[in-house]
Design a protein around this ligand. Structure first.
Ligand code: FES
Length: 177
């Protein structure tokens, strides 16, 4: 478990390092295509503006906001339906997908990529990563499982992945923070 923690920490340090290296202006964000290198799976910008135009339904990217990872995910209609089918009474931290997204943009799920248990970076935003049994995110540190609305469904985490303040500045750009 300690080694896994270490791996997640390194992952985060890599994300932070890329952020610190900086990209002037609005970062160009492209969908994840490979997990081969740490830098390839980090789509970070020094500003908090993220270009979401290339994120296809079913895909997600990792951005960085205030040195912490943020997941920006374009949900498929099936993922939206799955989230909406869950009775709120069954949730540990009851929230609808609608409450966690912007009106008319229910497919854009934007959350911090920080597990609410002890702060590891969950898997699921990268292409081919384990999304866990509820199809959202899976934290490998101690096995917290999040659903397609990034709500906690299983494991030790007490809360849903946090939704940061954000706004759409256009159809293709999101300003986080
Ligand atoms: S930090 Fe994610 S399950 Fe413990």
């Amino acid at each position: 478990m300690a080694e896994e923690d270490g791996v997640r920490r390194r992952d985060f340090i890599n994300i932070a390092a890329v952020s610190a290296a900086g990209v002037a202006g609005v970062g160009v964000v492209i969908p994840l295509v490979s997990q081969m290198s740490a830098s390839a799976d980090v789509l970070a910008a020094s500003s908090s503006e993220v270009d979401i135009s290339a994120i296809k339904p079913g895909q997600a990217i990792k951005a960085v906001f205030r040195k912490q990872p943020v997941f920006v995910r374009n949900l498929t209609p099936k993922e939206i339906a799955e989230a909406n089918a869950v009775p709120l009474s069954s949730l540990r931290d009851p929230q609808t997908l609608q409450e966690r997204t912007k009106e008319g943009k229910e497919n854009w799920l934007i959350t911090m990529g920080v597990c609410t248990h002890l702060g590891c970076v969950p898997l699921g935003a990268g292409e081919g990563e384990n999304r866990g049994e509820f199809g959202g995110y899976f934290c490998p540190c101690h096995g917290s499982v999040y659903d397609t609305a990034a709500r906690i469904r299983k494991g030790p985490a007490p809360k849903n992945l946090e939704v940061p303040e954000y706004e759409f500045t256009s159809d293709t750009v999101v300003k986080i923070g």
